[in-house]
Write a protein that binds this ligand. Structure first.
Ligand SMILES: Nc1ncnc2c1ncn2[C@@H]1O[C@H](COP(=O)(O)OP(=O)(O)OP(=O)(O)O)[C@@H](O)[C@H]1O
Ligand SMILES: [Mg+2]
Length: 395
C-alpha cells in the first residue's frame, strides 16, 4: 500500500500542511527542528494511533491549538480510502473512514499499515523491558488489529486485580492481625474475589502470551536475516522470550517452544499460587505478559550492555526490517516503510546495504538532516522541510 496524500492541521509544528505522495522513495530533507519527524510521526499515528515519541496526545497538538487533525489517503490494490483522525487531548479522539464516523478510533486500525524506524528505537535494545513488550504488542496489532481490544482488556483487568490486592492486603496477609483475628468469612470472600480476577487475567493473559510467542516464532527468521544483511554477516541476532511464569514453563518458552494456550492458562494459575504471598505483600501482580521481556542477543552476548552503538542501532533496525518483512508476507501488501534519521548513525557499508534492502518496498519515506547521508540509490523524490513548510524539489 502507499499514501497518496497527507494533510495536517495543527499537528505539532504545522498550522497546516498538504503533501502529495507517490509510491517509491520519498526523502524529506531539512535542518534540525524543521518538522521532518513531525511529518512522519503523523504517518505513524494514523497507522497505530500512537506516537513513537510521546505516550500522551497533548504534545501532538500545535501549541495554542485545541485539536489536531490528520488526514491520509491510502491506496491499496488500486483502491483509495480516506482516513481522518481528530486528536483531542483530554477528550475522546475521533476517527472517520471515508465519510463515516467510527464508533471507536480503534476501528481505524488496519487501514494504514506502517513500519517506522526512528532514533527512539535504540531503546528497544538499551531500554526497559516495557519497550520490547510494546514492540511485540504493536506488531501484533499491526498484523491483526483485533488484538488492540485484548491488549486494552488486559490492562483493565490488571488494574483491577492490583487494586484488589492492595485493598485486600490486610485480610490476605499471613500473620497480619486481621488474619489471626480470623474473620473466616472475610478471608473467604477476599480469596474468592482474587480467584475470580485470576481467572480473568489468566484467560486474557494466556491468549496475549500465546499470540506474542507465535508472533516471535514467525519473526525470528526475518530478524536473523535482516541483521545479517545490514551487518554483512558480523554477528547473529537472536531474541528469546523471558516469561514471568513459573520456572518449568519459562524454561520451555525460553527454549523456543510455544505451549498451547490452555497450558499457558494453567501455568498462569499455578504461578499465581506460587507468588501469592509476595503479591499480597507488595500489592502488585507479579505474573503475566506485563512482566515479561524479550532478551536480545548478538552472538553469545546479550545486546543490552554489550553491543556497540552502531550494533545496537543495527539491531533495532533489524527488528523493524523484520517486522516489515513479516507484515509484507502476511498482508499480501507492503506496509509503508518510514526511516526517520536512520542513515546518519550507520557506516557507509551499512547505509548502502540498507538502501539495497528497502529499495523494492512499495513506499519508503525517509528523513535526513543531511541529504548526503542518504545513499544516492535511495534518494528518490525530495521534499525540503523548512519551518513547517514542505515543498517538493523539482525533478
Ligand atoms: N505541539 C507543538 N507545537 C508547536 N511546535 C512543536 C510542537 N511539537 C514540536 N514542535 C516543534 O517542532 C520542532 C521539531 O520538529 P521535528 O522533530 O519534526 O524536527 P526534525 O526536522 O525532525 O529535526 P531533527 O533533524 O533534529 O530530527 C521543534 O522545533 C519543536 O519545537
Ligand atoms: Mg527528526
Amino acid at each position: 500500500m502507499f499514501l497518496r496524500h497527507l494533510s495536517l492541521v495543527d499537528f505539532r509544528s504545522y498550522p497546516s500542511a498538504e503533501v502529495e505522495l507517490e509510491p517509491g522513495i520519498t526523502t524529506f530533507v531539512g535542518l534540525n527542528g524543521q518538522g521532518k519527524t513531525n511529518l512522519v510521526e503523523a504517518v505513524g499515528y494514523v497507522a497505530g494511533l500512537s506516537s513513537h515519541r510521546v505516550s500522551q496526545d497533548a504534545p501532538l497538538v500545535r501549541a495554542g491549538a485545541q485539536q489536531a487533525i490528520i488526514r491520509a489517503a491510502v491506496v491499496r490494490d488500486g483502491r483509495e480510502q480516506l482516513v481522518e483522525l481528530e486528536i483531542n487531548p483530554g477528550r475522546a479522539n475521533r476517527a472517520r473512514l471515508g465519510r463515516s464516523p467510527l464508533t471507536r478510533p480503534r476501528d481505524v486500525l488496519g487501514t494504514v499499515r506502517t513500519v517506522l524506524f526512528a532514533p527512539e528505537d535504540l531503546a528497544l535494545v538499551k531500554g526497559d523491558p516495557s519497550e520490547r513488550r510494546r514492540f511485540l504488542d504493536e506488531l501484533l496489532i499491526a498484523r491483526q488489529p483485533r488484538w488492540a481490544a485484548a491488549r486494552s482488556d488486559y490492562d483493565k483487568i490488571l488494574k483491577q486485580r492490583n487494586a484488589l490486592l492492595k485493598s485486600a492486603m490486610p485480610v490476605l496477609r499471613k500473620g497480619s492481625r486481621r488474619r489471626t483475628d480470623r474473620d473466616p468469612e472475610e478471608l473467604e470472600r477476599a480469596l474468592h474475589t482474587l480467584d475470580v480476577w485470576n481467572g480473568h487475567l489468566a484467560e486474557v493473559g494466556s491468549s496475549l502470551l500465546y499470540a506474542r510467542l507465535r508472533l516471535l516464532r514467525d519473526l525470528l527468521p526475518y530478524l536473523a536475516k535482516a541483521y545479517d544483511e545490514v551487518s554483512a554477516g558480523r554477528g547473529a541476532a537472536q531474541a528469546t522470550y523471558r516469561s514471568s511464569l513459573h520456572e518449568e514453563v519459562a524454561t520451555q518458552i525460553a527454549g523456543g517452544d510455544v505451549p498451547e494456550q490452555d497450558a499457558l492458562r494453567q501455568a498462569m494459575h499455578a504461578s499465581f499460587e506460587q507468588v501469592r504471598e509476595q503479591e499480597v505483600e507488595r500489592g502488585v501482580t507479579l505474573v503475566g505478559p506485563h512482566r515479561d521481556d524479550l532478551v536480545l542477543q548478538l552472538g553469545d552476548l546479550p545486546a543490552k550492555g554489550y553491543a556497540s552503538h552502531g550494533e545496537s542501532w543495527s539491531f533495532a533496525l533489524g527488528l523493524r526490517l523484520a517486522a516489515f518483512q513479516l507484515l509484507r508476507s502476511d498482508l499480501g501488501t507492503d506496509p509503508v516503510l518510514v526511516l526517520d534519521d536512520v542513515f546518519a548513525e550507520l557506516d557507509a557499508g551499512r547505509r548502502e546495504r540498507l538502501a539495497a534492502m528497502v529499495g523494492d518496498a512499495e513506499q519508503v519515506l525517509v528523513t535526513a538532516a543531511v541529504a548526503d547521508d542518504v545513499p544516492a540509490t535511495l534518494t528518490g523524490r525530495t521534499f525540503h522541510v523548512t519551518l513547517g513548510e514542505v515543498s517538493r524539489e523539482p525533478d
